[in-house]
Design a protein around this ligand. Structure first.
Ligand SMILES: Cc1cc2nc3c(=O)[nH]c(=O)nc-3n(C[C@H](O)[C@H](O)[C@H](O)COP(=O)(O)OP(=O)(O)OC[C@H]3O[C@@H](n4cnc5c(N)ncnc54)[C@H](O)[C@@H]3O)c2cc1C
Length: 489
């Protein structure tokens, strides 16, 4: 047999099962780890099949930052002087969901996030408890709480009282995700979860319209695995599958750097092949770390028509997702001497022009005479009064760009570090049950993490921490639901 995700296998064609389990979890990132752990604790026999040589996936590469708030705030928010109502948290999440937020998942997560955070700690995930102010991407040290979204920026701030909600695992420098995964892996193994590595899910097995198992490829052989209570897809997104990106999210093809490990969309394809509905497949998170230093937030971004297109005090990802929509192959960040500083080397920004006047910068960039000078004169006039009537940048970031020399930094999606991962996936209920085109759940099939479409589903609404939050919380719910599903014969 040469099983492929697009072609489900009929159970009747399988002479004998090679392996039996209650819940087969595909993928050992954070969604799979949380799902397996909860399913095992609920009494199910659970096996994780992981295509790579060990646990981790994109989760282990991540910053280990999780987006939490509501219920008055976590103890860490409170200790640092912040409160956070469930209503404000839910309002922010709804705005962050774009045109089609999943209100059922939002209501549940907004009211349960603090409990979920405490559950992670109870598994052993450590948090120092300190707050790091300012506009940063990830703490350089081992601090916990940061502003990790667009909470203080227009339009979000007009509807939801802002609070910092990015909670980062205690780990020095960027990339704390590995620590979270190691801890969750230890808990899962203690709970009796069986782990099969170098074991790739190839195709779902169906019987009478229900998912009854999965074909696994391991050591060059294909094994038929009977999953008596269900198969749980926790295989991540599809940013590494160029064909899927071309088909669903072609704008991402302009970006230099897909972010992930396998991320080939195989789980989504398997789910679709048994009738699952995939939604928001065009949406992706993208960023280029254009700040820190935060003084650059006082600059202005313009496109190649010389037009400003966003309030620069938004989350870096919202700015860069909007930048990608602009005409031309690059955007420019305009700075004066008072705010200029080099972005991180990683960003790959180019110093495109320098001049003693904005007129010089404009001619070096090849703009028609007056285009930039007029735009800057208008911005400066309002900034001097602490106003931004066009894009509503907050007053603390407004300062006339008037001190020579002046500079334009170019951010070029194909050359600078424009990293992205996908947000679209299988449509699920909060329980992780995968929905068919009819809107009915497909018996025996669950999905969580980036194989599903969860709280993060709009590139311009993404906030750091939302993906791990969604994957871990709804992974847990999916694991519990699968463990309780009736056993199939
Ligand atoms: C550098 C970086 C930094 C990030 N920082 C953050 C952050 O701080 N906060 C945040 O919220 N998000 C962050 N993200 C995004 C976040 O890490 C991911 O969106 C999230 O971890 C997805 O979790 P997952 O469990 O769905 O997928 P993954 O963690 O990718 O796990 C999927 C697993 O499935 C396996 N797999 C794939 N196909 C198969 C198959 N067919 N059969 C068996 N196994 C399979 C893969 O090998 C992988 O181990 C970051 C991402 C990166 C890359």
């Amino acid at each position: 047999m040469d099983a492929r995700p697009e072609h489900p296998v009929q159970a009747a064609s399988i002479a004998a099962w090679d392996k039996e389990t209650d819940v087969a979890v595909l993928g050992f990132g954070i969604a799979g780890a949380c799902a397996a752990l909860e399913a095992a604790r609920a009494g199910a026999a659970v096996t994780i099949f992981e295509a790579a040589g060990g646990s981790g996936g994109a989760s282990a590469l991540s910053g280990g930052e999780i987006y939490v708030g509501g219920s008055g705030g976590t103890d860490i928010q409170n200790q640092n002087g912040f409160t956070d109502t469930t209503e404000d948290f839910a309002t922010y999440l709804a705005m962050a969901g774009g045109q089609d937020p999943d209100m059922a998942k939002i209501a549940l997560y907004a009211s349960e996030a603090v409990n979920h955070f405490n559950w992670l700690r109870a598994q052993g995930v450590p948090y120092k408890g300190s707050f790091l102010p300012g506009k940063i991407i990830e703490p350089e040290g081992d601090d916990t709480l940061i502003w990790s979204g667009s909470e203080e920026a227009w339009p979000f701030v007009t509807k939801a009282k802002p609070a910092p909600r990015g909670h980062t695992v205690q780990s020095v420098g960027w990339g704390g995700g590995r620590k979270i995964i190691d801890i969750l892996e230890a808990r899962a193994r203690e709970a009796g979860v069986q782990v099969e590595t170098s074991a790739r899910g190839r195709a779902l097995v169906v019987e009478n319209g229900a998912v009854a198992g999965v074909i696994i490829r391991q050591n060059g052989k294909e094994l038929a695995v009977h999953a008596r209570r269900g198969v749980l897809l926790a295989t991540g997104g599809f940013c590494m599958n160029t064909e899927m990106i071309r088909q669903h999210a072609p704008e991402a093809l302009r970006c230099s750097s897909p972010l992930g490990t396998i991320d080939d969309g195989s789980g989504i394809l398997m789910g679709q092949a048994v009738g699952g509905r995939a939604i928001h497949m065009n949406e992706f998170f993208v960023t280029c770390p254009w700040y820190p230093p935060e003084s650059l937030v006082k600059g202005i971004f313009i496109n190649q028509a010389g037009q400003r297109f966003i309030n620069e005090d938004c989350y870096h990802g919202r700015v860069m997702r909007t930048a990608l929509e602009q005409q031309g192959d690059r955007v420019f960040l305009l700075c004066d001497n008072a705010i200029f500083a080099r972005p991180l080397e990683l960003a790959g920004a180019e110093l495109a022009a320098v001049g003693e006047s904005w007129g010089e910068v404009e001619s070096e960039l090849g703009f028609c005479s007056g285009t930039l000078s007029r735009a800057i004169a208008q911005y400066n006039e309002h900034a001097a009064r602490g106003e931004d009537p066009v894009w509503h940048k907050a007053a603390k970031w407004l300062q006339p760009l008037a001190e020579p020399p002046f500079a334009a930094l170019a951010f070029i999606p194909s050359q600078s570090y424009f990293s992205y991962f996908t947000l679209g996936g299988l449509e699920t209920l909060p329980t992780g049950e995968v929905l068919a085109l009819s809107g009915e759940p497909i018996a025996g099939l669950y999905a969580a993490g980036r194989a599903a479409c969860g709280l993060p589903r709009w590139g311009k609404g993404y906030s750091s921490g939302l993906s791990l939050a969604d994957s871990s919380f709804f992974g847990r719910l999916a694991g519990k639901a699968a463990a309780k599903a009736p056993k199939m014969a």
